[in-house]
Ligand binder design. Structure first.
Ligand code: HGY
Ligand code: MN
Ligand code: MN
Length: 419
């Protein structure tokens, strides 16, 4: 086995956990939330500051940083064979409005830690290794989520993405220009050998089973249905109960129905509503319009299709029963994904060689890897998170967990970039 500096064997090489932890904490100081987490929504000034810090760190590692037309960042470490297709590793730096410090960020900064470790040990790889920061993964400011990776995979056009608006009516394109992250590289022109994304599990399974590593074999499907109900504005005091056209009430019945359908189709399905808008949103006016998004998830294809069908049917029925007009627009959708078996087995073998406890797992959350799997052999590595909490400012992981996953990413990267 190759000897490297201080005569340690390549197999004994490990990342520097303290350095990774310092980078995570330094990044978390940008766009702080109100309760210890982060609010660095896509293409805000805070997101831009985080991107500049990431670019500075990459340039300190002599990486060339490229930016494409949707703002995705690609930091390249050259390989010995410039003709070899690169290995891509990475995730996203944008956060939810009440996000944690690790969702997405752990994957990007662990990828940087892999490069730092290779550089300080003067380890060359055949393939270039490219760290990626995908724009607008969260979809909280601009829906749908995982937007840039979807455009990269040819799912959505760049024009469609440019025209997406946030809740203040500001377009994604405007924000790319305003923050200076409108790159000139054509989106999706890059060819990949493979892509690995390291991410927190965002669920309770690994911690409950006392496993340090999740070898991610699948990602559940996700569908976002934006529902608009039209009722009639009326006085909440003087309008008799039996004379109301109450869009708010119909919405509450639909929210309940979504939960019942999901509970009746367990296991491995989820149905939720996270965003609701009332118009005119006045305390003593019945809403004339409500807009809300139903988030549907399932691991298995047939259950996913069934959930989407049942929920859409029940939504239309409840609206009719309440005499409110209803329109449903699918604003985000991807089928359940099985990740590449070869990449997944490399991750599993590396994990075994590093003696970490692991289990195979399906991802409950969506990730950029879900779309990149359409255009390149792709897989994921998970680490546990405390009580499975995520999309919450109290999201927490341990240094040991972070380190274990980053070591699996390091050795998977060495393995694959030398194949
Ligand atoms: O919605 C998700 O699963 C991810 O956070 N984009
Ligand atoms: Mn994420
Ligand atoms: Mn997220």
């Amino acid at each position: 086995m190759k000897e490297i500096k201080n005569n340690i064997k390549l197999s004994e090489l490990r990342i520097n956990g303290d350095r990774l932890w310092r980078s995570l904490l330094d990044m978390s100081k940008i766009g702080p939330g109100i309760a210890g987490g982060n609010n660095r929504q896509a293409l805000t000034d805070e997101d831009s500051k985080g991107r500049h810090l990431f670019r500075k760190w990459c340039e300190e590692e002599n990486m060339q940083v490229y930016v494409d037309q949707i703002g995705t960042m690609f930091a390249e470490r050259k390989g010995t064979d410039p003709e070899a297709l690169p290995l891509y590793i990475g995730s996203h730096l944008d956060t939810q409005p009440t996000g944690g410090k690790y969702d997405g960020v752990l994957g990007v900064l662990s990828s940087l830690e892999v490069i730092r470790t290779l550089n300080e040990n003067k380890i060359e790889t055949k393939r270039p290794i490219i760290i990626t920061n995908w724009t607008n993964e969260e979809g909280s400011r601009f829906a749908p989520s995982m937007l840039a990776s979807a455009v990269f995979a040819g799912i959505y056009s760049l024009e469609y993405a440019y025209g997406l608006k946030d809740q203040d009516g500001i377009t994604l394109r405007h924000e790319l220009e305003r923050t200076g992250w409108l790159g000139n590289e054509e989106v999706g022109k890059r060819k990949m050998h493979s892509y690995i994304e390291y991410h927190i599990e965002q669920g309770p399974i690994l911690e409950a089973k006392n496993k340090s590593i999740g070898v991610v074999t699948h990602c559940q499907g996700q569908s976002w249905l934006e529902v608009t109900l039209i009722g009639r504005s009326a006085h909440t005091g003087s309008t008799p109960m039996d004379m109301r056209i109450n869009a708010g009430l119909a919405m509450s019945r639909i929210i309940d129905a979504v939960d019942i359908i999901a509970m009746n189709n367990q296991p491995k399905v989820a149905g939720s509503i996270g965003q609701v808008k009332f118009y005119p949103n006045s305390r003593n006016v019945l809403p004339n319009k409500v807009i809300f998004t139903i988030d549907i998830r399932a691991v298995e294809k047939d259950k996913f299709e069934l959930m989407c069908e049942l929920i859409e049917k029940e939504t239309l029925k409840i609206a009719k029963d309440h005499n409110v007009k209803c329109s449903i627009e699918r604003i985000g959708h991807y089928e359940p994904v099985e990740f590449d078996k070869k990449i997944t087995s490399t991750i599993r073998e590396v994990t075994k060689n590093l003696n970490y406890d692991f289990m195979d797992i399906a991802s409950g959350a969506g990730h950029d890897a879900t779309w990149i799997a359409q255009v390149s052999p792709t897989s994921m590595i998970f680490c546990p998170c405390v009580n499975g909490v995520s999309h919450n400012e109290s999201e927490e992981i341990s240094l040991e967990w972070a380190e274990a996953g980053a070591n699996v990413l390091l050795h998977s990267s060495i393995e694959i970039s030398n194949k």
